[in-house]
Design a protein around this ligand. Sequence first.
Ligand code: SF4
Ligand code: MG
Length: 313
Amino acid sequence: NHLKKYFPIHKGLLNRTIGHVKAVDDISISIQKGETFGLVGESGSGKSTVGKTIVRLTEKTEGEIKFKGVDLYTLSPQELRKIRPSMQLIFQDPYSSLNPRVRVGDAIGEALLDHGLVPKEEIRDRVLDVLQSCGLSSYHIDRFPHEFSGGQRQRIGIARALVLNPDLIIADEPVSALDVSIQAQIINLFRKLQETRELAYLFISHDLSVVEHLCSRIGVMYLGSMMETASRDELFKNPLHPYTKALLSAVPIPIPKLKRERIVLKGDIPNPADPPSGCKFHTRCPFAVARCKEEVPVFRDAGAGHFVACHLV
Ligand code: SF4
Ligand code: MG
């Protein structure tokens, strides 16, 4: 609720703070049990920072983060440690977090041992079990990370998160580094695991076509702000925000009759340390009017669970 994360900008010999990058600037979302919320936006929009502040990999600046009704920032380090296994993070490149000299089974089992969740003699069985549910087998348990392909490594990343039996998985661009054919396999794996385990996902991606097949609701971020949230069907059928429309117009659709007009955005995402006034999107918006430069649009209810921040809606 109203999550903010500001990073100070330092300058000079004395490291004076001369300003802040508002990486996340007043974002509110909720994710239900067994639901997938897709967080979408260009790189630099603040999506990853939202994910990291939820698991307290980085500390929030303001706002409230509740997990199963408990405010995570009021917990003692011991209480937080207890709750940690229930929230797991998966990254784009699992290889970078795997020690090349540690066998994959040990890397997965380590987490179980750390948290003292299972007696030592049962760890191998648990690891095997989770590898199998991720489409790997006993053949893989004693192998080293370099022996795996990109898709298999992401399966290992997922297995390592899953072994702790989490309720929430935050997946930050988990398929972005993979070939399109492999992407589909991993997305199907995410979906299968969700059905069997009632997992909730926060699925972060710059690519709307990736979240389309997995998410029940989607939020679109731009320069630290939420521009639009809606159910997946509503967002794809009836996008209201010009930024969402532009992102969607780049997604190929299989039905030619429904051809969307391609909206090409001018320029790159502005410097987050010095965001545009008024509507942060006005410098790139094809529909901008004079008011957009002056006035910040309110994030308002457009009906049918659809929220949007744009003066024209
Ligand atoms: Fe475009 Fe103005 Fe709407 Fe912002 S408020 S998205 S600049 S029309
Ligand atoms: Mg990111």
